[in-house]
Design a protein around this ligand. Structure first.
Ligand code: HEC
Length: 172
């Protein structure tokens, strides 16, 4: 009985050692695999965490407003124009102020007022004031025309830019 106990102990010890070796091997290989996986996944996971769902996306260009124009509110545009009125007149034959007169600006060439000293930065953008160019300029003037004299942060909401552009379209 004593010798069979010893045999049992040997068998038990062998199984135990095998088990430990097996576990260690598994642990080590897991670690290698998980480190490899981490290297591959680290960057995408970081991005996913940096921009949680529903967070405002940092845009490189203004959201288009063409589809918002039909529903845009001219009255709202007039209200918003109060923020521009320190620098711009909006009346027919209105004067230049710190900025050029706004009458007739829509569809006109950039720098549409003959007797206003525009920055080269604004003139260099070329072309005319369309829905799209006004949208980009009014979103972030200094991004659209780096070096512009227009010292104004911009209109953040697409709906507000649409209302502003719709109002500018009426100044003719
Ligand atoms: C602090 C003064 C200031 C404010 C506020 C301001 N502007 Fe201007 N704006 C200017 C100046 C100065 C220019 C000429 C920019 C240049 O030459 O770089 C300009 C140019 C423009 C032009 C181009 C005109 C052209 O003839 O090419 C448009 C359009 C315009 N502004 C619209 C607006 C609107 C709309 C607002 C309000 C949401 C606004 N601005 C607010 C000063 C201002």
């Amino acid at each position: 009985m004593a010798s069979s106990d010893l045999e049992n102990n040997k068998v038990f010890a062998a199984i135990l050692v095998a088990g430990i070796v097996f576990m260690l091997a598994g642990f080590v290989s897991n670690k290698i695999i998980s480190e490899e996986e981490l290297e591959e996944d680290a960057y995408p996971i970081e991005v996913a965490e940096a921009v949680p769902a529903g967070a405002p996306v940092v845009e490189a260009v203004a959201e288009p407003i063409a589809d918002l124009l039909a529903a845009a509110d001219v009255e709202r545009g007039m209200q918003l124009a109060k923020a521009c009125a320190a620098c711009h007149s909006f009346d027919r034959n209105g004067p230049n102020k710190i900025g050029p007169a706004m009458w007739g600006v829509y569809n006109a060439p950039k720098g549409h007022v003959a007797d206003f000293a525009y920055s080269d930065a604004l003139l260099a953008t070329g072309g005319t004031w369309t829905v799209d160019s006004l949208n980009q300029f009014l979103w972030k003037p200094k991004k659209y025309a780096p070096g512009t004299k227009m010292n104004y942060a911009g209109i953040r909401k697409p709906e507000d830019r649409a209302a502003m552009v719709k109002y500018l379209q009426t100044l003719r």
